[in-house]
Design a protein around this ligand. Structure first.
Ligand code: SAH
Ligand code: MG
Length: 213
């Protein structure tokens, strides 16, 4: 109810490519980020003057194109699915953002992260059962005071819903484990917000300031 109320008041997206990607995603069950989720990220990018972004989970390129259009950041995004990868490349070309968005067609868990460089923001939005692995692996690519944002942490409210299906239950357990893990990372200041499908914001602590406390 409140979500709908706010959706009606907030300014709607007008960029025609983003609007068409959104309706494509809806029609084809591609799980793209919600309006409030992407707005939260865009405002963080703006406030923190973020210049480089690593995204895990490209899908059709909706979130990366959206972040690129609304900033001057360069983005590296990783997608393991070939069909999704191809679609993302097509969409990024349509947006004429090839020079600022690089898509890598690989499994993020198999990639050599030391080759990727350093980033001001890491957006984790891939296989939901693997978020702890992604976090531990890619935090080494984060600049000092950088941000890690992870999506889908309340997973269509399933974290608070009784579930019978064994696989789904297992998946939700892993999301719950990630949530407990992420708030526990002492080198990050983390809070999980009820934005979109549940989103954590983890700010890497300044090592020197933090140690002197
Ligand atoms: N960030 C996108 C949505 C991503 S959906 C947006 O908001 O617009 C999640 C995507 O992650 C899927 O396309 C899936 O194929 C991809 N994915 C899942 N596990 C992955 C992995 N281990 N490595 C790379 N991509 C992965
Ligand atoms: Mg997501």
């Amino acid at each position: 109810m409140v979500k709908e109320y706010l959706e009606n008041i907030n300014i709607k997206e007008t960029n025609s490519l983003l609007v068409s990607l959104k309706s494509y995603a809806l029609l084809n069950d591609v799980p793209i980020i919600t309006d409030d989720g992407i707005s939260f990220i865009k405002q963080m990018i703006n406030i923190k003057q973020i210049k480089s972004i690593l995204e895990i989970g490209t899908a059709i390129g909706y979130s990366s194109i959206n972040m690129a259009i609304n900033s001057d950041a360069v983005i590296t995004t990783i997608e393991r699915d070939k069909a999704m990868f191809n679609r993302a490349i097509g969409n990024i070309n349509l947006a004429k953002l090839q020079s600022r968005i690089k898509v890598i067609n690989e499994d993020a868990l198999e990639i050599d992260e030391t080759m990727l460089g350093k980033f001001d923001l890491i957006f984790i939005d891939a296989a939901k059962a693997q978020s702890i692995k992604f976090f531990n692996k890619f935090k080494t690519c984060l600049n000092d005071n950088g941000l890690i944002i992870t999506d889908n942490l309340t997973f269509h409210d399933l974290v608070v819903t009784p579930i019978r299906d064994k696989n789904l239950k297992q998946l939700v357990r892993k999301i719950d484990a990630f949530n407990k893990f992420v708030v526990d990372q002492t080198d990050f200041d983390t809070y999980i917000y009820s934005i979109g499908d549940g989103m954590s914001l983890s700010i890497k602590k300044d090592v020197i300031k933090w140690k002197s406390r």
